[in-house]
Design a protein around this ligand. Structure first.
Ligand SMILES: [Zn+2]
Length: 326
């Protein structure tokens, strides 16, 4: 039986159940919290308990697994996620990779082939591979997929180097990849360009945030290349309102792409872009549906109403996530 690594260890992919393919437990910069959060807006025990509650509520709605693409740049810290995972039945799948819109961290800047410290291979590949094969920073928790970004600035040298490092790790380990993309510049096309060049298996690639677009030609092109479309920001109406996101899924399902779409909110139990209780409350007012429950409570009924079948929903929530990790 094929298995997939979760925070609590490997499970059969058949046991993944209904899966949201892009959610964060914590988006929380360690450097930020150490300098400005502790003794102030950050309360570790309270936030862990809150995360457990939110994930248990999600499990009660029938979701069995979340796929968490929090990597360096978004504040990945696995011991905190382990504390949460111990207290919920929901499966959490974690990632390795790098979240940057432009430059790479200084820790990689001068190390690599042809750089100041001339190495035979990009050290990113070694770090990502170790996370997948041996586990993350001595926790024993293994990453099950790779995460990188192409944002509004497009393929800057740092972004391209990160994509190529993820591609090399994918070739060496077989781990699938999720790319955060911007739709304004149709960055998915840039992902295709680099990944084709690198020989990536495009059926193992999620074009994250594709659902911010309603351009059916663009989305069909990505799906025809084999990629999965991340319809994964439900509740972030500032990028695309729920009604439009739903209509786009319906249109793509009618065109035969139901097996190329995955669902999520890109929500988090806590995100330090909105630090403190007041900022979190303001966030909840500005984006009231940006939480883990919007799909189960509102979006699935809307999709059913518009003719999306149970079989198609099962593809988006169960079969395609499973296939991605096999
Ligand atoms: Zn995200």
């Amino acid at each position: 039986m094929p298995t997939v690594e979760t925070v609590r260890g490997p499970i059969d992919t058949a046991d993944m159940g209904q899966t949201l393919m892009h959610e964060h437990v914590f988006v929380l910069s360690t450097e930020h919290v150490q300098n400005f959060g502790e003794g102030g807006w950050w309360d570790e025990d309270e936030r862990v308990a809150d995360a457990v509650q939110k994930l248990n509520d999600l499990k009660a709605l029938g979701i069995d697994t979340i796929v968490d693409p929090t990597v360096w740049g978004l504040g990945r810290y696995i011991p905190r996620v382990q504390r949460v995972a111990e207290q919920t039945d929901l499966n959490i799948i974690v990632a390795t990779g790098l979240y940057t819109y432009d430059e790479i961290p200084h820790q990689y800047e001068h190390r690599g082939p042809g750089l100041l410290l001339d190495l035979p291979r990009d050290p990113m590949v070694d770090d990502f591979t170790r996370d997948i094969r041996d586990g993350i920073a001595g926790t024993g928790v293994k990453a099950a997929f790779l995460k990188c970004v192409v944002e509004a600035k497009g393929l800057t040298p740092g972004v391209e180097r990160t994509l190529r490092a993820c591609a090399a790790t994918h070739r060496a380990t077989g781990a699938p990849i999720t790319v955060h993309t911007s739709v304004a510049n149709q960055a998915g096309r840039m992902v295709l360009q680099v990944f084709r060049d690198e020989g990536v298996d495009l059926t193992k690639v999620v074009i994250g945030h594709a659902g911010d677009s309603n351009d059916l030609d663009y989305l069909s092109e990505l799906a025809d290349a084999g990629c999965l479309l991340g319809m994964d920001r439900f509740g972030l109406d500032i990028y695309n309102p729920t009604a439009s996101r739903v209509d786009t899924i319906v249109a793509l399902a009618e065109r035969g792409y139901a097996d190329r779409m995955v669902l999520a909110h890109d929500a988090s139990c806590y995100i330090d872009y909105f630090p403190g209780v007041e900022a979190q409350a303001a966030k909840e007012q500005i984006a009231p549906n940006w939480n883990f429950t919007h799909i189960s409570k509102d979006v699935l009924p809307m999709l059913r109403e518009k003719g999306v079948t149970e079989e198609q929903l099962r593809q988006m929530l169960v079969d395609t996530p499973r296939r991605y990790f096999e």
